[in-house]
Design a protein around this ligand. Structure first.
Ligand code: PMP
Ligand code: GLN
Length: 392
């Protein structure tokens, strides 16, 4: 590999999906659903293509979609946004994150992130010439959270922004009102911009509520909130995301975005606009199915000796590789693919130094009941074999 980004290599998701193809294993690695979103979404997209919505959309996004987003955020969270100046549609959340960091963090200044963090954050910060500062999430009981003292100690005079992800990939933590209040206080005290990645905002379980940081007192004026229709409507390949925030911050992101992709996905934007107002029935069903999948997988794992961490949201379940006799999650993932027929993600990929998360492995459970049941059976059998070998 050549070039400045050679150290980033290929993403762990591409690598593990290729491993699944090579081995024929069930792919619980890269997080994408194995079924489509609501039929109305698909027919709206087909209709948009056939009725001539195939040229560039306006730079900020199709007006009907921005209006639907404004209505959704006001209804769900009580946060008002002007569709004309405070909402920008992007090529997925990924572009929104990269453009936001590039637009708002001067080269050499620091971005705080909780670690583990989604892999594109490190690359987005590097692209901007900014500096990553990490604050570790630790398991307290079986749930990952941060230590407020460690967070306070991580801020320096060069810290400009806090990139926060809730519901959190890969830990499955949904930040509570109290945790968000600590984050808000830090942002206000040090005059930080908050960039919140809320792509799993609707995928929360067991009555846990997702709270946008922007909805906390005083935070709307300093927070950019990022969403993804890919996660909300099982359409990860469409790459329709958006940013909501104060007009000057959104204008800054728009300026960068116009030179990354300008704009795209016109028919998909129309389709998302058509279904966003009727999201509740789809999302209720999706949460019910994901809860069942999580429970099937978790029950099979815990009953055979795997240690699972709490999963309050997202579609990821993390486990401790040591519970099945492995000190190294990468070695476990290799053996799972070849011996159990299941691909997972070694969570070390979500750490600046992979050694820091080497004992963790992540399973994606956004799959059909039959696929989850088969994978759960294989993983239970693998654990039984691992324990037998350990005992021998
Ligand atoms: N943020 C997180 C936490 C994610 O897990 C993902 C994965 N899709 C993204 C952002 C990227 O979203 P999109 O596909 O809309 O670019
Ligand atoms: N967000 C997805 C995950 O965490 C992966 C997206 C990608 O392949 N880059 O699994």
């Amino acid at each position: 590999l050549v070039g400045k980004f050679a150290p980033f290599r290929s993403t762990i998701f591409a690598e593990m999906t290729a491993l699944a193809h090579r081995t024929g294993a069930i792919n619980l690695g890269q997080g994408f659903p194995d079924s489509d979103g609501p039929p109305e979404l698909l027919s709206a997209a087909a209709e948009a293509v056939l009725s001539g919505h195939n040229q560039y959309p306006p730079l900020p996004g199709v007006p009907a979609l921005r209006t639907a987003i404004a209505e959704q955020r006001a209804a769900d969270y009580g946060t008002p946004y002007d569709p004309d100046t405070e909402i920008l549609v992007t090529a997925g959340a990924t572009e929104a994150i990269a453009a936001a960091v590039a637009a708002l963090v001067p080269a050499g200044d620091e971005v705080l992130v909780f670690e583990p963090y989604y892999d594109s954050y490190g690359a987005a910060i590097a692209l901007a010439g900014a500096v990553r500062r990490t604050v570790r999430l630790h398991p307290v009981g079986d749930r990952f959270t941060f230590d407020p003292g460690e967070l306070a100690a991580a801020v320096t005079p060069r810290t400009r922004a806090f990139l926060v992800n809730t519901p959190h990939n890969p830990t499955g933590t949904v930040l509570s009102a109290a945790e968000l209040a600590v984050i808000a206080e830090i942002c206000e005290r040090h005059d930080l911009i908050a960039i919140t990645d809320e792509v799993y905002e609707h995928l929360v379980f067991d009555g846990v509520r997702h709270i946008p940081l922007a909805s906390l007192p005083g935070m709307a004026s300093r927070t950019l909130t990022i969403s993804s229709a890919g996660k909300t409507f099982n359409a990860t390949g469409w790459k329709v995301g958006w940013v909501c925030g104060p007009a000057p911050m959104v204008a800054a992101v728009r300026t960068v975005k116009q030179y990354l992709t300008f704009a795209g996905g016109t028919p998909f934007q129309h389709a998302v606009a058509a279904v966003l107002p009727d999201r509740h029935r789809w999302l209720d069903g999706l949460r019910t199915r994901l809860t069942a999948a999580r429970d099937t997988l978790r029950d099979a794992l815990t009953s055979t000796g795997w240690r699972c961490f709490a999963c309050q949201g997202t579609y990821f379940l993390q486990v401790d590789a040591r519970s099945v006799g492995y000190g190294d999650g990468t070695a476990l993932c290799h053996d799972l693919a070849t011996r159990a027929g299941v691909v997972a993600i070694p969570s070390g990929a979500f750490y600046a130094d992979p050694a820091s998360g080497r004992e963790l492995v992540r399973f994606a459970f956004c799959k059909s009941p039959a696929v989850i049941a088969t994978a759960a059976g294989r993983l239970a059998g693998f654990a039984a074999g691992a324990h037998r070998e350990g005992a021998a």
